[in-house]
Every structure is written in C-alpha cells, then in structure tokens.
Design a binder for this molecule. Sequence first.
Ligand code: DQA
Length: 146
Amino acid sequence: MKVLFLNGPNLNLLGQREPEIYGSMTLTDIEDMVREHADRHNVEVVFHQSNHEGELVTQVQQSAGDYDYVILNAAAYTHTSIALKDAIVGSGVSAIEIHLTNVHAREAYRRKSMIAQACIGSINGFGASSYILGLEAAILHNKAKH
Ligand code: DQA
C-alpha cells in the first residue's frame, strides 16, 4: 500500500508556528514518526508540503494512479478551496482529511471544510497523532476493501 501525505500552507512552519496551538513538533518530526509507524505496517509513505493551492491541486490529480490513499492536511485551504475538492472528486483518489487541531472548537470559519464531502472521513484534534490516526484509518479502510 502506498500513501501520500499532502500538507498545505504554513505547515512548513510547524514547531515555531503558534506552538501553544500546533505543538512543538516540526513537520519533519511528524514525518519521522509517521514513517516509523508506516514501516511497521509495510506501508510506503511519501510526504509533501506546499504553500500553493495549484501545486496541491496538481499533486492530488497526479496521486490517483500512484497512491492508494492521499492523507490531506490542507491547512487553511481546507476552508476555502473548491479547487482541491474538485481535484479529489475529479481524480477519484481515496482521500482522508486530517488536522492537528480540533477545527470545530476554534474560530467559526474553521468549522466549514470545503473538502470534507470529497473525503472518506476526517480526523482532527489529536495533534501530531492525527497523522498516525489518518494512516491507521487508511490501513483499516484498505483491509475492509479486501
Ligand atoms: C489545520 C487547521 C486549519 O484551520 C489551519 O488553517 C491550519 C492547520 C490543523 O492542522 O489544525 O493551518 O489544518
């Protein structure tokens, strides 16, 4: 099984960005933690981060043939990007939405996800563990298919 972790804008600043909200781990720390978990489950993972909406759209489009799942922390684009939602639907890739924070317990504008409708499901609020839980969700979803 092959999984793409796609990270949206400002997630490259994790570790220094509002640590009281997003924690102290960097994106590389999270990637290392996910990779360790993925290795134990024989899952191949690729990590990618971009601050650009179009780049994320292209990555989603290209992921369809290459990956079994895209686990997407679209960050702020979650709440605004019809293009990302259309890319998930249009490419037919199996997507899982994740967030470090509980977006429903924050500002009202974070409660709306433009991509949720196109995803299998979403995980939010568990900090860096949301990434592990996203991976677990993909593994279990994949098992249920076979
Ligand atoms: C986030 C939540 C978004 O609302 C925010 O814009 C982010 C990070 C999260 O992981 O909690 O950049 O996606």
